[in-house]
Write a protein that binds this ligand. Structure first.
Ligand code: HEM
Length: 505
């Protein structure tokens, strides 16, 4: 590099640092919220990396210093972090349409979203509206949920056998592993209308896990301009995308042959034509894209696995940790189950909806162990204001939804796991969707981009929890004592996955 280049680089760095300082440090309506001063060019990125602790802990420190809303500059991206329930409610619900956009995808995410062709990543506009409407009608409408209940029956039967076998072989069960497999097999059948070999389900599950990990923010995401320098990550992402395509396209083609020609090779197809999610995608006219190609179908079906497996399974795992540690809560739940259906009666989907203690246990798990600390990244559709500060369209707006569940002004003894609070106490009438006004917990987000899978996710968790507690008493194993230490994968998971002994009731 020539001396003149060095001088120019240094000059630009100083200029950028001064510009950044002036844009975040003072004033209101025409300024971004305040935030920690950054370094030239990289902003706060290396300060975050050098902390050597998870981003969440830094966010908590910054909240204490800068208040409920602050700005961080991470390389080329600017993040506005919103942490107070009032501001979150204002942005997501009261002014939902203004904050309903998504920021640009990172180069790696673009590989998997085929240019933002998924409900979660599409920009707020006609494509998103069509995809989301189709998702809701074809996947999670009450009619569809009822129509697919036989899939859960079949999967639960296998699930209970697997639990028994694993307990027999190892003396304990790995809750997360076994639940992941069952949730994945349900979602595969809902999407493709097919019952497939166990190995294929396991492959879909492991590819899903890898996709989630590779698409979580990494260094190249903050410097899209330097993507070519991160060739190794991009190469790995493209290889993984090919594996994903090779795994799912045979299923899509078999389903198409069944729908269009009535062919059913290997009798794999079990749902009637029109009852699988992918059936609706074959004929969908997507604004700006026309008929969807096979790659787009892979993306839209994978989105169901990415969004639906880890979240529901993580809630189940945390619920069982609490039940194993708090035997009196487990007993109370078991008593409710026996009072509702008897010791050996079949627990149906209608039953779980009405079991108030079961629902309280699930809500308390969502409150104390929300799978997501943040919603997905949002963006404003036009320059606007929030809390008196400017929010331009090109910043990521990050809603820190977990914070409010720890707030002692909203919850009594927030760190205590007490399902009863949802029956008599500070949790009574709490609205999970934010539509009723005040918000105290929003594990599914709120407003236009709220999780459309809420009802399905809760149903899977309720049903699996109730059936597993009806059949077995869950106790800790002395070899692997329950350990609530958290780690941050795509969702907030246990560092040491829960293992428990199961005793037939
Ligand atoms: C306990 C289970 C679940 C939790 C806690 C959860 C949580 C969330 C959260 C926090 C968001 C982000 C909302 C935002 O950006 O404002 C989200 C979005 C989404 N979730 Fe879920 N989710 C769960 C289950 C599911 C299931 C089972 C499905 C699918 C079958 C699903 C599909 C989606 C989709 C497609 C989006 C993107 C919505 C959009 O951008 O319009 N989720 N979820």
């Amino acid at each position: 590099m020539e001396l003149i280049d060095l001088l120019l680089l240094g000059f630009s760095a100083v200029f950028l640092a001064l510009w950044w300082r002036s844009s975040v440090s003072s004033g209101k309506s025409n300024k971004l919220p305040p935030g920690p001063p950054g370094w030239p060019l990289v902003g706060n990125l290396f300060q975050v990396i050098l902390q050597r602790r998870h981003f969440i802990f830094l966010i908590r420190d910054l909240r204490a210093k800068y208040g409920p809303m602050f700005t961080m500059r991470m390389g080329q991206r600017t993040l506005v972090i919103v942490t107070s329930p009032e501001l979150i409610h204002e942005a997501l619900v009261q002014r939902g349409s203004v904050f309903a956009n998504r920021p640009p995808d990172s180069p790696i995410r673009l590989v998997f979203s085929v240019g933002k062709c998924a409900v979660n990543s599409a920009e707020y506009g006609p494509l998103w509206r069509t995809l989301r409407r189709n998702f809701v009608t074809e996947l999670i409408s009450p009619v569809r949920i009822k129509q697919c209940s036989w899939i859960r029956e079949w999967a639960m039967e296998n699930h209970m056998k697997k639990l028994q076998n694993e307990a027999f072989e190892n003396g304990y069960v790995d809750v997360m592993d076994i639940c992941r497999f069952t949730v994945c097999s349900i979602l595969v059948c809902i999407c493709f209308g097919a019952k497939i070999q166990e190995q294929w389900i396991s492959d879909i599950d492991s590819i899903t896990k890898e996709v989630m990990l590779i698409t979580t923010p990494q260094l190249p995401d903050f410097f899209p301009i330097l993507t070519s320098l991160f060739r190794r990550q991009m190469k790995r992402a493209k290889e993984l995308r090919k594996t994903q395509i090779d795994c799912l396209i045979p299923l899509i083609r078999s389903r198409r042959a069944y729908v269009e020609k009535g062919e059913n090779t290997g009798s794999m197809m079990v749902s009637p034509v029109g009852a699988a999610y992918v059936d609706s995608l074959f004929g969908l006219e997507a604004p700006g894209r026309g008929r969807l190609g096979e790659e787009e179908l892979v993306t839209l079906c994978s989105e169901v696995f990415v969004a639906g497996i880890d979240t529901s399974t993580s809630v189940l795992q945390w619920a069982f940790l609490e039940l194993v540690v708090n035997q009196e809560i487990q007993e109370k739940l078991y008593r409710e189950i026996v009072d509702t259906v008897g010791k050996n009666g079949l627990i149906t989907e209608d039953h779980v909806e009405k079991m108030s203690y079961l629902n309280a246990v699930v809500k308390e798990t969502l409150r104390t162990h929300s799978p997501a600390h943040f919603t997905l990244s949002h963006a404003a559709i036009e320059e606007t204001q929030l809390g008196g500060y400017k929010i331009p369209t090109n910043v990521n707006v990050e809603f820190y939804i977990e914070w409010m569940t720890e707030d002692p002004t909203l919850w009594k003894d927030p760190s205590v796991f007490r399902p009863e609070r949802f029956m008599e106490g500070d949790g009574v009438g709490v609205d999970l969707t934010g539509t009723k006004g005040t918000v105290k917990m929003l594990p599914f987000g709120a407003g236009r981009r709220t999780c459309p899978g809420l009802a399905l996710g809760i149903l899977h968790v309720n049903l699996m929890l109730a059936r597993m507690v009806q059949a077995f008493k869950w106790v800790p194993t002395p070899r692997f004592p329950p350990d609530p230490t958290e780690t941050f994968a795509f969702t907030v998971v246990m560092k040491n996955p829960l293992k428990a002994v199961i005793l037939p009731r």
